[in-house]
Design a protein around this ligand. Structure first.
Ligand code: ADP
Length: 162
């Protein structure tokens, strides 16, 4: 069975991430969304909250998507779980250098691991979790860019900070 791993910070998940997940679901039998703890990035949401938001944002009824929290090395996790494919999203040339380095490092750590890049629908190419947080925390409407669950959660944080 071809399973694919989609790792990321998902702080929080956006419609761009969801677009990538749905595209990947057309190509693979199971998608494992791995929410990286990434404490060094000082995420707005805890890993548990980010994973819950991923889960709540997914359309129900799409074929198996598992959501879990990833601590430690991605390559090691993939190897232990017999996953050979890592999915990453490419929005623009600016993503390329980092993604390329990471793909080659992961291949170095686990030679059988292949990285597959998917490009979202054009409308989402400018979308990032960072931008969504900035807009939301300044009181802007982000409901076109994220699921209802994420928009509600961001609104709550904005209200608490006001
Ligand atoms: P990371 O900290 O690992 O980069 P992100 O959550 O920012 O985590 O991104 C995870 C993956 O999703 C990356 O490959 C990133 O390029 C991709 N991605 C982020 N936003 C979008 C988007 N709007 N469209 C397509 N891919 C995206």
């Amino acid at each position: 069975m071809k399973r694919a791993l989609y790792p990321g910070s998902f702080d929080p998940i956006t419609n761009g991430h969801l677009d990538v997940i749905y595209r990947a679901a057309e190509l693979f039998e199971e998608i494992v969304v791995a929410v990286a703890v990434n404490d060094s990035k000082c995420p707005l949401f805890s890993a548990q909250e980010r994973a819950e938001l991923v889960y709540q944002s997914l359309h129900k009824g799409i074929h198996p998507v598992r959501v879990l929290i990833l601590e430690g090395l991605l390559a090691e996790f993939a190897w232990k779980n017999q996953i050979q494919v890592v999915i990453r999203g490419l929005r623009a040339v600016s993503d390329f250098e980092f993604e390329f380095q990471m793909a080659l490092m992961n291949r170095h750590l686990c030679p059988k691991l292949e990285t597959v890049f998917l490009t979202p629908q054009e409308d989402y190419t400018y979308l990032s979790s960072r931008l969504v947080k900035e807009v939301a925390l300044l009181g802007g409407d982000v409901s076109r860019f994220v699921s209802a669950a994420v928009a509600t959660r961001l609104k709550k944080i904005y209200a608490q900070r006001k």
